[in-house]
Write a protein that binds this ligand. Sequence first.
Ligand code: AHM
Ligand code: MG
Length: 348
Amino acid sequence: MKILPYLPDQSGLAYAVGTTLDRFIKLKQSDFPFASGELSQLLRDIGLAAKIVNRETNRAGLANIGGAFGQTNVQGEEQQKLDVIANIRFMRALSKGGEVCAIVSEEEDSVIDLQNKSGKYVVAIDPLDGSSNIDVNISIGTIFSIYRRRSPLGSPIEQEDVMQPGTEQVAAGYVLYGSSTMLVYTTGCGVNGFTYENSLGEFFLSHPDIKAPKSGQIYSVNEGISEEFESGVLDYISSCKKRKFAARYIGSLVADFHRNLLKGGIYLYPATIKNPSGKLRLLYEANALAFIAEQSGAMATDGENRILEILPTSLHQRTPLYIGSTELVQEVHQYISKTRDKITEFCH
Ligand code: AHM
Ligand code: MG
């Protein structure tokens, strides 16, 4: 009889590809000094809600639950039924878990105080981003940021708990409901991506320690509204064209960001006449992706300032967003500052 010894994974990686999300989160808990497991549980709750939303998303066409719900959200945009479903699913998961005291959601006008006296964390979430793509079977996503509350445990929620700059995030991530479903997150110690295996109902580590390329050849912007962009941004877009960069724009921030994170590229959503502060929301869209970008070696700004350092002043605050490969974001800055300087000179 021939007996072979079992040879464990030789890859040298502390966390091998194929590790389940739950196990990975548990193993990683030791990265935080004094971790009591609540953040880990919160991340697992998000993972579970993501599985449920993934199921609903896959069924959207079949069950005829896509389409307008006939309500508008706080930004006056038409709410899709799946937005509502995703919001309910995440709210439920976050409130039942017991780790969260307050939630800021794109779909809710006000901060939701969960009246959970022992909840240490505040979550800002866009439960289903890119919602205009639901009905046409194109990738959509969930974006989340996690903060530690600042006011004492047990006391009512304060403004300071919610209005924290992105630098204070303890974790952030996104779920991409695409050709496969992925969950990508960071707790400030690198970025890891997990792919969902439908038949097993599990997320498995598929993209350990993601590092964004320093540069790239993709630019992602809604050029249909470019007449409303400032001239520095237009000059930059022309320079991308001269260099024959690929124009790739899905119109789902998570999907556009994810592609550029892996392949190298830049996503731009500048200020426009219609949206002078940009379209995207600081608290539950830009901050999370900026944290992930920086953790992977990429960069995120509003054209001038680091996204993570912007002090929020309102819940649904918008910001221009330039995010992606560091060299490309730095380039667009140069173009923007050149033309802004000229305008300042002219005014003096
Ligand atoms: P949403 O939160 O209503 O879905 O809007 C956010 C989306 C982003 O996912 C996407 O990058 C952007 O809006 C697209 O905007 P536009 O259609 O103006 O290009
Ligand atoms: Mg959104």
